[in-house]
Design a protein around this ligand. Structure first.
Ligand SMILES: [Zn+2]
Length: 156
C-alpha cells in the first residue's frame, strides 16, 4: 500500500473564514481562521507505478475552498438563528448577530468545528470524485492554523 499526501499549506489550498462556537468560553465570540485543506490517499500502485492523480482532488478542494473563502460559516440548524429579509439573525448566549445572506455559507453540519468541516469535506470529495478500486482509504484534513487540525477518514 502506498500513501499519497497533499499538504494544503504548501499547495496553497485553503481559505479564510469566520465562525463562532456557541457556548464555548473563547470560541463563542466571533473570530476567524486561515484554514488549509489536506488530503491523504491510500491505495495500490497501478502497473504504471501510479496510485492516483492529484489533479482532480486538488481541483475539488480548491473549488470548495473558493466557496467558503471570506465568508461567515454557519451551521444550517444553528439554535437561535432565523432568516428574515435577506439576513441571518442569531440570538444566542445573550448576544445578537446579524449577517447579510451574501456573506454567509450555511453548512449541513452540527457545529462549525474543524472536526465537522473535515467530515463535510470528506463527504463532498467522495461524492464527487470517482476513485478507482485500487484506492482503499481517503482522508481529508482541515487545519485551522498550521499544525492544528482534524482529519476525517473513510475506507472505500
Ligand atoms: Zn475558531
Amino acid at each position: 500500500m502506498i500513501r499519497l499526501e497533499l499538504n494544503g499549506w504548501d499547495a496553497h489550498i485553503g481559505f479564510s473564514a469566520s465562525h463562532l462556537l456557541p457556548g464555548h468560553y473563547k470560541c463563542g465570540r466571533m473570530h476567524g481562521h486561515n484554514y488549509a485543506l489536506n488530503a491523504r490517499i491510500l491505495g495500490e500502485e497501478s502497473p504504471k507505478g501510479l496510485v492516483f492523480d492529484f489533479l482532480p482532488l486538488k481541483k475539488k478542494l480548491r473549488k470548495i475552498a473558493d466557496e467558503l473563502d471570506h465568508k461567515v460559516l454557519l451551521a444550517k440548524d444553528m439554535d437561535g438563528m432565523v432568516k428574515e429579509s435577506g439576513e441571518y439573525r442569531i440570538q444566542i448566549d445573550g448576544k445578537r448577530y446579524v449577517f447579510p445572506e451574501e456573506d454567509v455559507v450555511l453548512l449541513d453540519i452540527n457545529q462549525v468545528t474543524t472536526e465537522e468541516l473535515a467530515r463535510y469535506l470528506l463527504e463532498r470529495v467522495i461524492d464527487d470524485i470517482d476513485f478507482p478500486e485500487t484506492i482503499k482509504v481517503v482522508e481529508i484534513g482541515v487545519d485551522e492554523s498550521r499544525g492544528q487540525g482534524a482529519w476525517a477518514r473513510r475506507k472505500l
